[in-house]
Design a binder for this molecule. Structure first.
Ligand SMILES: Cc1ncc(COP(=O)(O)O)c(C=O)c1O
Length: 386
């Protein structure tokens, strides 16, 4: 007889979906990141030589991250202050470590609606009093002033947001960010800012990392999204040094540190961020222009708010919305699309949006267009059958 006990909780819908359905040979138009580089491309674009790789000593690194990669991240995002940088296995680990160190049961925490699963998970799991920032309160780059005032009250421990938001692509304007930071400062709350796709924007300029100027802010970044290096598994937090120190007890008992091999690649990638991000951002913008036309042609079946940043959006299927279907319907729709057209979306149930799906436009142009063509045919056939 198995001695395994029933699990205490379900895995996140998003990761379970990919575990079950992501496979080679699909038109993957589901991702929140740009398509990945090959290692040959990285070596070429980042000036990484065989000699650099051969010189790596496969020694231990250190818990906060090796000095080279930490400095490279600090120079780009933290005004050069490497003491405030923690380098981790993806930003997932940065989120887990820093929220674990920051939050206590009973803390009041404001969390954006439909936020990336781990950002919402840790406040709930810790037993915080969670207040939701409604998605509808973010419009034209600003958070509704009254909502902000009502939610971010003195005594609030943290405000956890992700802009550009995965999956809607909603983001803040410079004015909207200023209003948010003024409010969190006035309430003495910690701003927890996930900047996973900060450097691809469509409406306003790229926002500065708020942690660069406010040393009490916690921000997250990653090589997985705009850099096109999800398989590197490197992310970071910029955080007050005392919070980083408070994360060591957990880190020292779990992953300890990154490999010096991975850190060297990450350091080179960070020093060549403009070319890595710029190349993929240009392609994503061409895809977005095509998507805007595609949405107009298909408005009978789908509606959307065009993304203001990042490389994904959350179109809503009118048919499901009209019928007020529950979570199973959109998952079934995505599974049908996958089996008939080898085209992958992520059902909105992964983000609390039961009538929509995440559609990513960071893929290779030809494949992206093939995926959209599959979705077109699927929607037309489905429409005709009803
Ligand atoms: C908003 C956001 N934050 C964090 C992550 C975690 O990414 P990683 O652990 O690959 O850095 C993701 C991944 O999808 C994300 O979308």
């Amino acid at each position: 007889m198995s001695r395994t006990r029933p699990p205490r909780e379900e895995p996140p819908v998003l990761e379970e979906w990919y575990r079950r359905h992501l496979a080679p040979g699909l038109h993957d138009i589901s991702s929140s990141g740009v398509h990945p580089y090959t290692f040959a491309e990285i070596r070429d674009l980042c000036g990484l030589t065989a000699g650099d790789l051969d010189a790596i000593v496969m020694d231990d690194s250190v818990s906060q991250g090796g000095a080279g990669v930490r400095q490279a991240i600090a120079d780009r995002y933290a005004g050069g202050d490497a003491d405030r940088v923690l380098v981790t296995h993806g930003s997932s680990e940065a989120i887990a470590l820093t929220l674990h160190a920051l939050l206590r049961p009973g803390d009041r925490v404001v969390v954006q609606q439909g936020i990336y699963h781990s950002l919402g998970h840790y406040p709930r799991e810790t037993g915080c009093e969670v207040a939701e920032l409604p998605a509808a309160a973010v419009r034209d780059g600003e958070i509704d002033e009254d909502v902000l005032e009502r939610l971010v009250t003195p005594g609030t421990r943290a405000v956890v947001v992700n802009f550009p938001h995965n999956p809607t692509g909603a983001t803040l304007s410079p004015r909207g960010l200023k209003a948010l930071t003024e409010r969190t400062t006035a309430a003495r709350a910690t701003l927890v800012w996930d900047a996973a796709t900060a450097e691809i924007t469509h409406r306003w300029d790229v926002l500065p990392d708020p942690a660069a100027t406010d040393p009490s802010t916690v921000s997250y970044g990653t090589f997985s999204k705009t850099f096109g290096l999800p398989g590197l598994r490197v992310g970071w937090a910029i955080a007050p040094p005392e919070l980083i120190t408070a994360s060591f007890p957990l880190r020292d008992r779990t992953t300890l540190f990154l490999s010096p091999l991975v850190e060297l690649i990450a350091e080179h990638a960070m020093r060549h961020a403009d070319v890595l991000i710029g190349t993929r951002a240009a392609e994503a913008r061409r895809n977005l222009a095509h998507l805007v036309d595609w949405m107009a042609e298909h408005e009978e079946w789908v509606r959307w708010t065009p993304p203001e940043g990042g490389v994904c959006a959350l179109p809503v299927f009118r048919e499901l919305e009209r019928a007020g279907t529950g979570p199973a319907a959109v998952e079934r729709l995505c599974l049908d699309l996958l089996s008939r057209h080898r085209t992958l979306l992520v059902p909105g149930t992964a983000f609390g949006a039961p009538h929509g799906a995440r559609l990513g436009f960071g893929g290779p142009e030809e494949d992206f267009r093939a995926g959209l063509a599959g979705l077109s045919e699927f929607l037309r056939t489905r429409g005709a059958a009803r």
